[in-house]
Write a protein that binds this ligand. Structure first.
Ligand SMILES: Cc1cc2nc3c(=O)[nH]c(=O)nc-3n(C[C@H](O)[C@H](O)[C@H](O)COP(=O)(O)OP(=O)(O)OC[C@H]3O[C@@H](n4cnc5c(N)ncnc54)[C@H](O)[C@@H]3O)c2cc1C
Length: 465
């Protein structure tokens, strides 16, 4: 046991199960302090996440208190400003888990260099991922650019390497404070109405994440492969915000799923695999975080149309499945994957608006926003990503609606203006000729573009590149 204080830098790791850095700190020190760095500017472009983080801090503080660990929140302009002051310290060792985004990994190198230089003991541990991005590569040592072969190789790797060994988290001797000028989590998420809406749908905690996983495996995983496409039913795990903020480690998901043999398990794990693949992509091809993975898209004739963009954001495009998706996002901070693809395709291909605008809006509104999945998801939709949807695949919002929301239940839930519309018309309300049921332009918008015309225009634009 080392006499010094153990500092645990809490980022996206609001959990006790499989939190290697926290376990290292408590095994090596009698006294541990956890700290969270609040960069306001960064969170200002991720409004929904402020709520999740605020609630997670509140909940995790209580759990750490039971371990005699104080959680301190520190506001800082940049991580560098904060850490520069720490380099002169001599009474602590510091521990954190890796975050698999290029900026973070680069910053880890900077910290390692400076802690070493100043003889400060530090340890960086495996974060919330199955494979470190450099672990799964082609035989010739180059990165995979296509998902299927990536996943085949990755699965074999996991069988041997997972779960990663971890020591139990220990209770500390006594609770101490370390930093001056700390914040309360309420300063991160002011009690605005906008945030309160999430309370109805989510409860950010490790306990809830683990019980949601259990319930998904027990009750829903067998039908997952089909049910995952239908937004009106609870067919997926809805674990994404918990995974993003680390209330559950993906190794726990892998381990629990590997214990049982049920239909649907492989499909479910392969979706977790897409998350792995995306993290690998953004670290090998870092330029895709700033623009198109496929460079030929740099010449794409995107259009700027703030009226269309606003209509899309508000769920007022006149295409019911698109509007339902955007309103689900605006109300709950989450959107069904099938509908993410439909609304994404609509923005990029029907409205010809750059995917970057969609990515930015999702980033602000999604509770599960993560850089790897969001950027890759948007580039997949636009056709400019690695292993992306082909450019000529333009989702028809009417047919998608009729196929995946046949009776319009999803649409009617999120677009109540259409609740009395007969199912036959629910995905094409402009065909109703009875104004007592629905008057377009008064009760619900006219479609902002005509599907067939928009499709032809998009194909012409795509041909140019
Ligand atoms: C345009 C667009 C943007 C997206 N942005 C994000 C984002 O910011 N954050 C995010 O986590 N996911 C994103 N996704 C992927 C996917 O839509 C969500 O992960 C999924 O809807 C989450 O719901 P779930 O937890 O019920 O998923 P489940 O179907 O239960 O899947 C389990 C887990 O696997 C992972 N996963 C599932 N589908 C995908 C996928 N297509 N790509 C990568 N990982 C996946 C997630 O971690 C998910 O929680 C995006 C997809 C698109 C098309």
């Amino acid at each position: 046991m080392v006499k010094k204080i153990g500092l645990f830098w809490l980022k996206d790791d609001f959990r006790l199960k499989r939190n290697i850095a926290l376990s290292e700190a408590t095994n090596n020190h009698d006294q541990v302090v956890a700290f969270y760095l609040y960069k306001q500017k960064d969170l200002d472009s991720k409004q929904a996440q402020k709520w999740w983080i605020g609630r997670s801090l509140e909940e995790f503080r209580e759990r750490l208190t039971e371990l005699n660990i104080n959680l301190e929140i520190i506001k800082t302009e940049t991580y560098k400003v904060f850490f520069e002051k720490l380099f002169n310290g001599n009474n602590f060792s510091i521990y954190w888990n890796r975050t698999y985004e290029p900026n973070y990994l680069k910053f880890d190198e900077y910290l390692s260099k400076n802690f070493k230089k100043n003889n400060i003991h530090f340890k960086i541990s495996k974060g919330n991922i199955l494979n470190e991005h450099q672990d799964v590569k082609k035989k010739d040592g180059t990165p995979f650019k296509v998902f299927t072969p990536f996943w085949k190789t990755a699965e074999n790797f996991y069988v041997e390497k997972i779960p990663t060994k971890q020591r139990k988290i220990l209770k500390c001797k006594n609770k101490i404070t370390y930093f001056k000028k700390t914040l309360n989590e309420t300063e991160i998420y002011p009690q605005k109405k906008w945030y309160q809406k999430f309370e109805k749908y989510w409860s950010p905690s490790e306990k809830v994440a683990l019980s949601e996983l259990k319930s998904f495996i027990n009750k829903r995983v067998e039908s997952y492969a089909d049910a995952r496409n239908f937004p009106s039913i609870l067919g997926t795990s809805k674990l994404s915000p918990y995974i993003k903020h680390g209330q559950i480690h993906v190794e726990t998901i892998w381990e629990e799923c590997s214990k049982i043999k049920k239909k649907g398990i492989n499909k479910f794990l392969s979706e977790i695999g897409w998350r792995e693949f995306n993290h690998s992509l953004i670290n090998y091809f870092q330029y895709m975080l700033k623009g198109n993975y496929s460079k030929k898209f740099d010449k794409f004739p995107w259009e700027k149309n703030s009226k269309y963009l606003l209509a899309w954001q508000k769920g007022l495009t006149g295409y019911p499945i698109v509007d339902a998706g955007m309103r689900e996002l605006n109300s709950t901070g989450w959107m069904h994957n099938r509908v993410r693809m439909i609304v994404g395709s609509f923005l990029v291909k029907h409205l010809l608006i750059n995917w970057v605008e969609g990515e930015r809006y999702f980033k602000n509104c999604l509770l599960d926003y993560n850089e790897a999945n969001n950027v890759s998801g948007w580039q997949w939709v636009a056709g400019c990503g690695a292993d992306a949807a082909p450019y000529f695949r333009i989702f028809n919002p009417i047919l998608q609606g009729e196929k995946f929301d046949k009776n319009g239940e999803y649409v009617k839930k999120w677009v109540p203006e259409l609740k009395d519309v007969p199912n036959k018309f629910v995905h094409k309300p402009w065909e109703i000729d009875k104004e007592n049921i629905l008057k377009l332009g008064r009760d619900y918008p006219f479609p902002i573009v005509v599907h067939e015309k928009a499709r032809v225009k998009a194909l012409e634009a795509f041909k140019k590149i």
